[in-house]
Design a protein around this ligand. Structure first.
Ligand SMILES: N[C@@H](CCC(=O)N[C@@H](CS)C(=O)NCC(=O)O)C(=O)O
Length: 206
């Protein structure tokens, strides 16, 4: 299996974190977004939407990080798969809920922040930066409360934890603060001790 990815992409990172958690080896194919490699006919033939990550498994090309994560979790024959993406409908719905929440609520302002602060440099739109910080912080209040209400024994991550961790980690790289989100801070600290997090850390400026 191959994963078309970019080392700074939170969408690719969450898939790579999952591969570590499943003990699944995967070949990574870096796509130079800065050189427009995602707009070439070759790349568009595997994802007409022109975005990474894309998983290629045999003759299947699957874009969208959360679809890839679900596919890997249900096809992997790993003991951890049941915790990562439980089969029981209510537990699975809870994971799906937070994956959707990240996709629609937290990730969009963090993605905007990343583009403005890491890509645009001096040309960053400061009004957009300020608005994105506000939106991300407002979304994190919701997640913070959910973590505070979580049963104490629930320590092992699900797909949703990995996905949200990839986004929160990027938020911090972009200058986002977790000081007013105590439960998120603790949760990230615990996840950041996992090899899956440490081995997928983007090497900024390196
Ligand atoms: N919903 C997609 C979003 C993927 C995405 O936005 N990828 C970015 C990199 S983090 C990308 O390929 N951007 C290139 C572009 O939009 O031109 C997913 O979850 O995989």
């Amino acid at each position: 299996m191959k994963l078309y990815m970019h080392p700074f992409s939170q969408h690719a990172r969450r898939v790579l974190m999952l591969c570590h958690e499943l003990d699944l080896s995967i070949e990574t194919v870096p796509v130079a977004l800065d050189k427009g490699e995602h707009r070439t006919p070759e790349f568009l033939s595997i994802n007409p939407d022109g975005k990474i990550p894309v998983l290629v498994d045999g003759d299947t090309a699957l874009p969208e990080s959360h679809a890839i994560m679900k596919y890997l979790a249900v096809t992997a024959n790993a003991p951890t798969a049941q915790i990562l993406y439980p089969a029981a409908p209510r537990a699975r719905a809870e994971v799906d809920r937070w994956l959707d929440w990240n996709h629609t609520r937290l990730n969009p302002p963090v993605q905007a922040l990343a583009i403005q602060t890491l890509v645009m440099g001096e040309n960053a739109d400061q009004a957009l930066v300020a608005r994105s910080h506000e939106e991300a912080a407002a979304a994190l209040i919701v997640f913070d409360q959910a973590l505070a209400d979580r049963p104490a024994g629930q320590i092992e991550p699900t797909l949703a934890d990995l996905s949200i961790a990839s986004t929160v980690a990027l938020y911090r790289i972009c200058g986002g603060k977790l000081a007013s989100h105590a439960a998120v801070s603790l949760w990230l600290e615990r996840i950041s001790r996992r090899p899956s997090f440490q081995n997928t850390e983007p090497k900024m400026g390196g």
